[in-house]
Design a protein. Structure first.
Length: 498
């Protein structure tokens, strides 16, 4: 008889799981042996499963009964119990889970039996010194087993009333969240790294964001694994107006005083403890930039859900602990268009862990302009219109090493309500032969007439063009073609003719 009801439940749950999920049964068969079962019927069923596995047949009920009958292991009681086990799926766990529980029970039984034999020998008059070593070994093993059980992770729960509600905090309201993982993704060469430099510059100085809200001033930890710090990263930060004293550039891993050019490349899968140590050491970081996520995940399979999650989750936890914005820059997979879902473009492991996902793409109506478009925004105010932005890349002259050098930087143009899907549709339509242009001409005429008397608020124009049944994307194409200017006057954006 089994020593406890728990043992019986574990043994028959394992048999049930193997019968209802024969494809996974091998995981349990590899861990156990028949003699580890206390229940005779379970033992016979397990022997039959092993025989099926040995000849390459699935461990379902029909094959098991077929192989047990000739060997006379199948009595009426076992037959009834097997049918009952196969009729009901008992657990959401894989067979290997209950196989490990049965193995633990078997090992405990063996220890108890060894201890009972030792005690019986003492009762029979055997000297203590002859059984002392065996007794001590058994007791140590039992204590180790108990310690392992107590240290095993358990489901932690709290009542909802014990949790104090907290407001979401933002580095940039409804754009970049504090205490969270944020992603900026896009094709190569569209300005993602320049945007990261722009964000870092604003945080380092506490300057305003493009929408007029103020950035909290704080330190920035900046890791650009694809660009040289001296020739590219620092000049870009300078062009963006950064206070360089507030930005720490990650060179890699090494000892104090080592040549930065000889530093070991960062791999977050191995070096996250060193990152944690640096962030905790100062405690005043507001923004941490990883450009790109893939280049600091050297041993991670690109776009793999599991491998990305193994790094993204600890990064998110660290962002929560330090209440900082963890910003990961990432390239699109080759061949993907910006209209694909966030997961397909950037990888589900990264996107599912992030709270905000932004896309940087070229404006299909104006090759000189770029677009900063929101994808996933878990905690943003989605009633707020025009969360996305149009920007261009300008160049500024900087004195670098005694020379004047042209350095690219971001120039924010105007907020837009365009979505990633809409941009994809524009790209698709632009590739279609014989695209009609009547609507485009109507949009041009509408804008020329509406702006003839002077600047007009964008919101007012929007109401008018919607009444004229003109689409937003066509209006913006016409706007770019007519070189209509946009200006933020504090209360609203205004459009005007050149």
């Amino acid at each position: 008889m089994p020593n406890s009801e728990t043992e019986l439940i574990n043994e028959w749950t394992l048999v049930s799981d193997c019968l209802t999920r024969p494809d996974e049964a091998q995981e349990g068969l590899d861990i156990l042996a028949p003699e580890m079962f206390t229940d005779q019927d379970c033992r016979n069923a397990f022997r039959g499963m092993q025989s099926l596995a040995a000849i390459g047949k699935p461990c379902d009920l029909n094959h098991l009964i077929e192989i047990l009958e000739p060997r006379e292991h199948l009595n009426q009681n076992l037959s009834d119990r097997l049918h009952e086990a196969a009729a009901e799926f008992r657990s959401a766990m894989a067979p290997s889970y209950y196989a490990k529980r049965v193995l633990e029970q078997h090992q405990k039984r063996q220890l108890r039996e060894r201890l009972e034999r030792t005690l019986q020998q003492l009762r029979n008059g055997k000297p203590l010194d002859e059984v002392q070593d065996e007794h001590d070994a058994v007791m140590q093993a039992l204590q180790s087993s108990a310690a392992h059980k107590s240290s095993r992770r358990k489901l932690l729960v709290r009542t909802a009333s014990a949790i104090k509600p907290q407001a979401v905090e933002w580095l940039w309201s409804s754009h970049l969240q504090l205490g969270a993982l944020n992603i900026v993704g896009g094709p190569v060469g569209k300005g993602k790294s320049l945007l990261a430099a722009d964000f870092a510059a604003r945080v380092s100085t506490g300057r305003s964001w493009p929408d007029g809200t103020t950035a909290p001033q704080g330190r920035v930890l900046y890791c650009s694994a694809e660009e040289d710090a001296a020739t590219t990263v620092v000049p870009r930060l300078m062009a963006a107006g950064a206070d360089l004293e507030w930005i720490d550039i990650v060179d890699g891993l090494g000892k104090a005083g080592d040549d930065p050019n000889q530093a070991l490349a960062i791999d977050l899968q191995e070096h996250l403890p060193e990152v944690e140590e640096k962030l905790r050491e100062r405690g005043d970081y507001c923004l941490c930039v990883w450009d790109t996520f893939q280049s600091v995940s050297l041993h991670t399979e690109h776009k793999s859900n599991t491998s990305q999650k193994q790094i993204a989750q600890p990064l998110k936890n660290l962002a929560v602990e330090q209440n900082l914005c963890m910003l990961c820059v990432e390239h699109y997979s080759r061949g993907l268009q910006p209209g694909d879902v966030d997961n397909a473009i950037l990888g589900p492991g990264l996107v599912r862990t992030a709270r905000a996902c932004w896309h940087v793409v070229e404006d299909p109506d104006d090759g000189q302009m770029k677009m900063f478009l929101h994808g996933k925004l878990n905690n943003a105010n989605m009633n707020q219109s025009d969360l996305s932005w149009r920007f261009r890349i300008d160049e500024v002259n900087l004195p670098v090493d005694g020379k004047n050098v042209l350095v690219p930087t971001i120039h924010w143009v105007e907020p837009i309500s365009t979505t990633v899907a809409e941009v994809h549709a524009i790209i698709r339509d632009s590739r279609s032969p014989g695209r009609p242009n009547d609507e485009f001409k109507r949009a041009q005429q509408f804008l020329l007439k509406a702006l003839k008397g002077g600047p007009v608020a964008q919101s007012e124009l929007k109401e008018s063009w919607e009444k004229e049944d003109l689409t937003k994307r066509t209006i913006y194409r016409a706007k770019a073609d007519l070189e209509i200017a946009s200006e933020n006057r504090g209360d609203a954006w205004y459009w005007s003719l050149p």
